[in-house]
Design a protein around this ligand. Structure first.
Ligand SMILES: Nc1ncnc2c1ncn2[C@@H]1O[C@H](COP(=O)(O)OP(=O)(O)OP(=O)(O)O)[C@@H](O)[C@H]1O
Ligand SMILES: [Mg+2]
Ligand SMILES: [Zn+2]
Length: 374
């Protein structure tokens, strides 16, 4: 039996045509490859899980491919160089993970070896992943190389945090920003993967995964990866929800009613989902109602909802820190009900409506494998 390969690895784009979105970067890179106008240093920045490392490897592959058609940037994926690059054994593709040891030894090593000629193809490509993690001495060493790059070397710095890259380094790089994927792009990709893998996934389950992934194709593929081996038969919306620990929005809506009516604690069980997801769901529901109240000029309603939302935002932060958050959630919701009930008559100053309401709170993704593998 073939070794199980995670979908995440199996569906890494091996051609530019297979790279979803990122049109500006993709087009510019292909143009440079075909025209022989490749820069010595690139900076791929932007949202996580959107194809930066994949694009960097594609660039390396295309540059050293011996089977590439003259008028195309697509690597052949058949020649020795391509095969070795896909397998991760190519000598001319050097990947440095700046996160693992902050890069200082590697950059020193790089400085020593960068002038040596490539082994197989015409180029040596250095991919510096998580480049923002490099130490200052490592950045300085890198900068010296970037100031006088050998003709056969191409650097690709990848980062989710371009603000932490020194301007002196950025100034030497051609920068491309990688954008979050739309839900449609994610659904289309997942549909393609599911079809190729011969698994059936409900359209609504797809939508749910796409929404949960919050623009990261890697997270979306990773979520599908978790669902496929666990599911026997077609993956339904209910199945996806329970596996992802996401509450049913209708139940959440009812729960919010209960909170506002002062019957929160008893209703908590009914939501039947992970607590953090419940709090998250309540926040979203509350925000929607707040927006609606504001647009109705319902001041009293908006004030109440704003107070509830404030408490939920606080609760969301607290829940993450607690090993046993259930009591905390129950207590807060119960207290909230009392306070909100009293709030009508009390003259206590109430918190202002937050100016920017988070549409997608960061840092609490659902069991999505972050660095599952490369
Ligand atoms: N643009 C894309 N098109 C198709 N698949 C993608 C794309 N971006 C990410 N993926 C999927 O996610 C996996 C990881 O992508 P990749 O490592 O290129 O992302 P990244 O932007 O480098 O992420 P990070 O910021 O965490 O380093 C790929 O193997 C692929 O399955
Ligand atoms: Mg990466
Ligand atoms: Zn090739």
């Amino acid at each position: 039996m073939p070794e199980y390969q995670s979908l995440y690895r199996k569906y890494r784009s091996q051609t530019f045509a297979d790279l979803v979105g990122q049109d500006a970067a993709s087009r510019a890179l292909q143009g440079a490859i075909i025209g022989g106008r490749v820069s010595h240093a690139y900076l791929f920045s932007g949202s996580r899980g959107t194809g930066k490392t994949s694009a960097a490897r594609l660039l390396a592959k295309a540059l050293n491919c011996s089977g590439r058609a003259r008028d195309s940037a697509e690597p052949c994926n058949k020649c020795q160089s391509c095969v070795e690059m896909t397998a991760g054994s190519a000598l001319d593709l050097i990947e440095i993970d700046a996160a693992s040891n902050r890069g200082i030894d590697e950059i020193r090593d790089l400085r020593e070896k960068v002038n040596l000629a490539p082994a197989v193809g015409p180029f040596k490509v250095y991919i510096i992943d998580e480049a923002h993690m490099l130490t200052e001495p490592a950045f300085n060493a890198l900068l010296k190389t970037l100031e006088e790059p050998p003709a056969h070397v191409v650097f690709v710095l990848c980062t989710t945090d371009a603000q932490k890259i020194p301007l002196t380094v950025i100034g030497r790089c051609q920068q491309f920003v990688f954008r979050r994927h739309s839900e449609d792009q994610i659904v289309a990709r997942l549909t393609h993967i599911a079809k190729t893998e011969d698994v059936s996934v409900d359209a609504e389950a797809m939508q749910l995964i796409a929404r949960t992934a919050q623009g990261s194709m890697r997270d979306a593929v990773g979520l599908l990866d978790q669902l496929v081996p666990l599911a026997s038969g077609p993956i339904s919306l209910e199945g996806a929800r329970s596996l992802l620990g996401i509450a049913d929005p209708r139940l959440l809506d009812e729960l919010l009613d209960h909170v506002l009516e002062g019957r929160a604690a008893e209703a908590l069980d009914a939501a039947g989902a992970e607590l953090r997801q419940v709090v998250r769901g309540l926040m979203e529901g509350c925000r929607d109602r707040l927006v609606a109240a504001l647009s109705r000029h319902d001041q009293a309603g908006a004030r109440r909802l704003s107070a509830v939302l404030d408490a939920l935002l606080h609760l969301d932060g607290e829940v993450r820190r607690h090993a046993e958050p259930r009591f905390l959630v129950e207590a807060t919701l119960a207290r909230l009900a009392v306070e909100v009930g009293l709030g009508e008559q009390s003259s206590a100053p109430h918190p202002a409506v937050p100016a920017a309401l988070p549409t997608s709170p960061q840092g609490g993704e659902v069991k999505a494998p972050h660095k599952a593998g490369r």
